[in-house]
Unconditional design. Structure first.
Length: 473
């Protein structure tokens, strides 16, 4: 009876029920749940347990963690309206070389006072050593960065020195996630990291692991934020700045950020590793279909004249993106592009591609829009381009986010910030890069994206609608 109701061959079903076979396909579990008339909640619970058994609990939850992070990027990057709050620092008498402060509330007040004093200076500069999960200092830095775009912050923190492929480690993902608001807050924020075993290196036995350095003061704070020492002595400030400089020499830059068009160009031309990568696939996740492999100078000349303002910069941009795409195809790698149906509609209706920096932005004529989508269909037939439309009911990533992953350690992020415009950064931390790459690699074939045949049929249908609309004009 169950075999007939589910459409699963009887002997195969008996082996599954006896525990001698594990269903190879998720669809089999869905067929069973439908035949058993399970509720939606029961079906989701069963599918979750299937996924956990199939790929392992730690991998499952790490991928879920990355999914949630990508879905939350818009909220993390949003800069609410903020105004500078003047916190009086009269309680900190600089004539006294050393101040001991006890209790979280007094330490918070003292830290804010030191920040406010530095922000009142010309070209404010803060150096800090604190873990990204320390809520109060991170919130204070974020508020300062949003209110003072001229602020420069150098931030050192520790990441777990676990193998980059360790499946159950999400500490590093959490920490990179925690600095995202600062990366996009608008000030000059530069995070650095070093590797160590966090649990044994930063704990209750560590004396004053948190450091805040301003122009006029040093603040050393205990792990539990219950005691702090503030030094106004110039020799102490020089001493700790020297220590900070030496520490930087053994640190790695966590992200390289830019909103300069020329740096956009160099980022896409930059690494030999990305251009010569032997990975079987390159991934893009963005609102619109990736068109980089179709950029070339003849195409540009059909759109604008060489004497037009900005032509040379746009030509360089097209050249750099085409160079990356050619290198990818030369290595027989596939381009797997995740995008949204709404993004496809936006491109067809406006001709504007958001993957092109807004400084170079222009509208492609209708004829060229059609040609570019025809190119996608042709490349998909050759197996070189895999278009996959995201299922918005299962995966709601920010449409302002773009990720280009050339391999598991070479990822480029772009974010179209509502306040600061297009911003690009390179992620330089291997374990987090691998976790994101692994997630992108895993979602093909899941219900987070529509099947490739469905996606191709959708593109064909959109082209027919586009042609009909053009013929009626």
């Amino acid at each position: 009876m169950l075999s007939k109701a589910s459409g699963i061959e009887r002997s195969y079903l008996q082996k599954i029920l006896a525990g001698n076979r594990f269903p190879a396909e998720r669809e089999t579990v869905q067929q069973l749940s439908k035949a058993l008339m399970l509720t939606v909640e029961q079906t989701l619970d069963l599918l979750t347990k299937y996924d956990i058994v199939k790929i392992g609990e730690s991998v499952y939850y790490r991928r879920q963690h990355i999914k949630e992070t990508l879905e939350d990027v818009a909220a993390l990057c949003t800069s609410p309206q903020t105004t500078a709050v003047n916190i009086p620092c009269s309680k900190l008498d600089k004539n006294k070389a050393v101040w001991a402060v006890y209790g979280k509330n007094d330490i918070i007040t003292a830290g804010k006072a030191l920040l406010e004093a530095e922000l009142a200076q010309e070209a404010p500069h803060i150096r800090i050593i604190v873990q990204p999960d320390c809520k109060v200092p991170m919130e204070n830095l974020l508020l300062a960065g949003r209110c003072h775009t001229e602020l420069q912050i150098e931030h050192i923190f520790c990441l777990n020195s676990t193998p980059r492929h360790r499946e159950d480690d999400t500490f590093n993902v959490d920490y990179i996630n925690a600095i995202i608001p600062l990366v996009f807050c608008g000030c000059c924020y530069q995070p650095y990291f070093y590797y160590d075993t966090i649990s044994s290196h930063i704990n209750s036995t560590t004396i004053s692991p948190n450091l805040l350095l301003t122009r006029d003061a040093v603040m050393l704070t205990s792990y539990n934020d219950e005691s702090s020492l503030i030094l106004f002595d110039p020799d102490a400030i020089t001493f700790y700045n020297d220590l900070f400089d030496r520490m930087l020499q053994s640190c790695h830059s966590a992200v390289a950020r830019s909103n300069s068009p020329l740096e956009f160009l160099s980022a896409f031309m930059c690494s030999e590793k990305s251009q010569n990568a032997s990975c079987p696939a390159h991934y893009t996740l963005q609102n619109q279909p990736c068109m980089a492999m179709f950029y070339n100078e003849p195409l540009l000349l059909r759109i604008m004249q060489p004497e037009a303002p900005g032509f040379e910069e746009i030509r360089q941009y097209f050249s750099s993106r085409a160079k990356q795409a050619e290198a990818c195809l030369a290595n027989n790698a596939k381009v797997i592009c995740y995008f949204t149906e709404q993004g496809l509609n936006d491109f067809l209706s406006t001709g504007i591609l958001h993957e092109i920096p807004s400084q170079f932005s222009f509208a492609f004529p209708p004829k060229i829009r059609r040609e570019m989508l025809e190119n996608i269909l042709q490349m998909s037939e050759n197996g070189q381009y895999i278009p996959l439309i995201v299922n918005p009911s299962k995966f709601r990533f920010s449409t302002d986010l773009e990720i280009t992953a050339f391999d598991e350690s070479n990822l480029i992020f772009a974010y179209n910030h509502t306040k600061h415009g297009a911003m690009l950064f390179l992620l330089n931390e291997q374990s987090v890069s691998y976790a994101i790459w692994d997630f992108l690699e895993s979602i093909e074939g899941t219900d987070m994206v529509h099947p490739v045949d469905w996606s191709i049929a959708c593109i064909r249908g959109k082209l027919k609608q586009f042609d009909a609309a053009q013929s009626n004009r």
